[in-house]
Write a protein that binds this ligand. Sequence first.
Ligand code: ADP
Length: 555
Amino acid sequence: MLSTMQDDVPLTISRILRHGMTVHGDARITTWTGEAEPHRTTFRATGERAAQLAHALAELGVAEGDVTGTLMWNNAEHVEAYFAVPCMGAVLHTLNLRLPADQLSYIARHAGDKVILVNGSLAGLLAPLLPHLPGLEHVVVSGPMAEEARTALAGASGVRVHEYEELLAGRPTAYDWPELDERRAASLCYTSGTTGEPKGVAYSHRSVYLHSMQVNMAESMGLTDADLSLVIVPQFHCNSWGLPHAVFMTGVSMLMPDRFLQPGPIAEMIERERPTHAAAVPTIWQGLLAELTANPRDVSTLTQVTIGGSACPSSLMKAFDDLGMRVCHAWGMTETSPLGTIARPPATVVPGSDEEFAYRLTQGRFPAGVEGRLIGPDGTELPWDGESAGELEVRGPWIAGAYFGGVDGDPSRPEDKFSPDGWLRTGDVGVISPDGYLTLTDRAKDVIKSGGEWISSVELENALMAHPDVAEAAVVAVPDEKWGERPLATVVLRNGAAVDFAALRDHLAGSGIARWQLPERWALVAEVPKTSVGKLDKKVLRGQHAAGELEVRRV
Ligand code: ADP
């Protein structure tokens, strides 16, 4: 029997836009400008400008399926592009502005960007790439840019340069959005390449729609139209974890930091604009914590903080709890849209108890739309017993089933990334408790394989960062004649702290790390290298060690 429901109503982003513009038309998007007043607009006005942008892009020749790139900070114009491009049937490709030039041009070429929208402050980054982008026809610049960048852009052959506001001016504020097949690509996002070359994932209208509903659920971010969300996680990092789409469903207002991502301005934004929620990777929060410790501010409205992208250190969660900023830890990846698991503790635990804290530190539970399983080294599925460690595999309607166009001639479904029965191999290693909580112990590529046993680099880092003298720590595997690999602990000390590796080693032993797992190699570093999305860059650290650039001491 077929259903009697309207199953052929496609789940498209234009439905989300129409809803946000009408039912939540007064919800706000505030963009930090670094001046006395931020830029303020509403969902209604954003939708109208998205329509104007779509008319402009259509005139530039953007047709259904064409790829439009953005090289932009988190701001109102970027949200306009988020809706204009996919709703007109084209594909939005968010470029990661932290990537080195060669990777950026590789990605823009691989994706086939025909138009790139760029913030004026980033035009200088784009200009040198243009000779490497033969398929690019138009560059649209929003906001002021330096004269040098203007000259460089103007000198590029084959590319026409436009000014965003001039392009939009006078155009109709409504657009007859086409009724699209929900399975069509809406946006393209590349992995940040922490462990390999960047790979493209093309989200569909349907996957974005379903993922947005999940983001909005109480077990996920659970925000309402009474909330103001400070969206620090970049719009190029898995679509700001789905927030810009999700908020148009529920009327959550957004505070966008634009290029003001340093701890000082972030603290000021929180105090002045009074957000209730914020989302970012741990590195951003470590910086804010140091800032708030040095220069206390009123951050009392900010009671919910979503942290993901890498494991949330327990010391950070504890410090934020003390400031009244309750952390909700989540796990995901570009390939999972990104919401994969969320750590809401079960209702049965006592609020504020150690047991509750332990649940909050896990990566969390799978939402109903994501199925997870653990696969052991011999390829068999492992039980959810909290002990059996294996590689996490996931599947579901917002999980990638292939990569866009393959990479460098690679197949689009490489075997190390997809199982024969179609699950995504995450490359993350962990355990799942009988009540369904995932605890990741490492990335398969970062785990330290010592004498046939595995040492979790993340566990060592977390224990190290709980020491009062340690500002930051990263542990990587280095070759060892006897054991194959051994951990090398690199440490950034807090201001004024003196180096005492023996004491740090004792601290690790005292935090329950088994003796055979304790690092004997230590190095003091001024700073741990970070990837383009603010994760510890272990590839670079391993390279520095191999090149003899680290001063390693044996303890
Ligand atoms: P890249 O794979 O290039 O780093 P992604 O941003 O897609 O780009 O990263 C996804 C990876 O980040 C996951 O596979 C996982 O290793 C790590 N990650 C994300 N969230 C968490 C978390 N809460 N705890 C531990 N690791 C995490």
